[in-house]
Design a protein around this ligand. Sequence first.
Ligand code: AMP
Length: 398
Amino acid sequence: MQQNFLAVNAGSSSIKFQAFATAGDNLARRVSGLLDGIGSQPRLHIKDGAGATLVDESLATLSVPSVEAGEAIVGDWLTGTMAADIIGGPIAAIGHRVVHGGPDFSTAARIDDAVLARITALTHLAPLHQPKNLAPIHAWRQRRPDLPQVACFDTAFHRGHSELADRFAIPDALYREGVRRYGFHGISYEFIAGKLREVAPAVAGGRVIVAHLGNGCSLCALQDGRSVDSTMSFTALDGIPMGTRPGAIDPGIVLYLMREKAMDAAAIERFLYHQCGLKGLSGISNDVRILEASADKMARLALDHFVYRITKEIGALAAVLGGIDALVFTAGIGENGADLRARIVAGSAWLGLTLDKDANRAKKIDLSAVPQGPRVLMIPTDEEWMIARHTKRLLDAG
Ligand code: AMP
């Protein structure tokens, strides 16, 4: 019997959602939607499984001032007759992306009152993101209290890290209250680890570095398909530079901003999340495409620095793994930025990585120039599919 699952990924100004139907052992995408520009220029775009547009509508800013308001619009559409026709029946369960699972959630969890209380109690570890993830959970609990809901955590895939990798060199009491190197983008890394077994079985059990390069950027070291370390840590600020976040910086800079610029926590938070990274360094844009098209020397410097920091961290994770059998690129920049891929591979040539220029331009999966040695791969990520998969698994488990 066909079952249908909904995956919801609510961010700070957008809600992504996808509906899947069981198709044999797999899950087939039936609907894919994005409500973005929440609070500024809201736009709802919904496609069917074949990519045909079902809805493409600009909405009045005042009608979608918050993620909660956006969730009501998305929920109305998903419970309407058009959605039921296209999905092919009612929704059996909903999976949600939840950014923080803290030290305890090492896998997805079915949401009940106790789980919801535990997730809510972790809000202090991700004060910007956790409330946005909780909003659709509450909304669906009100709308359809009978519908099973599942939380999929961005941190869960990293919970197997050794204590060595999980610690900062700070007093133990802080570690015990939760100040740890959690790591994020785990739903994406778990998808890639699974996909590797399909598309590159020879290396899936080996030492793999995955570069998730999108709006947020991080690297993950996989050993036999399990995460052993990652560049993001306590928050999604650490590691390599991103569109608007700086990646790792000397914590002394935060003290400097407090003392010399009289910035408080809220101002520093805004600065670190929204005014740094490619955008801050270039002074132009967070979008790689705009920087690549620019003749401005700061645009070039920002991209050079991005490549420099990524290759440096690839070296660090290769040291953790004791070598590398594959480097995988994924997410917006990783999947589409052929020039940046080429530059990152060139900077990592000392690890034996090679690149076939034609395969790189043609967006093939295996981009390596030679049949032997470590592989360079490009694998599109699919976080919503992974969320739907966990949701089905937990529903099947009863
Ligand atoms: P994501 O968060 O995975 O959706 O990635 C979004 C980012 O991907 C954007 O900010 C762009 O910088 C980047 N991106 C999208 N298309 C391209 C492209 N063709 N070349 C380089 N970067 C791209």
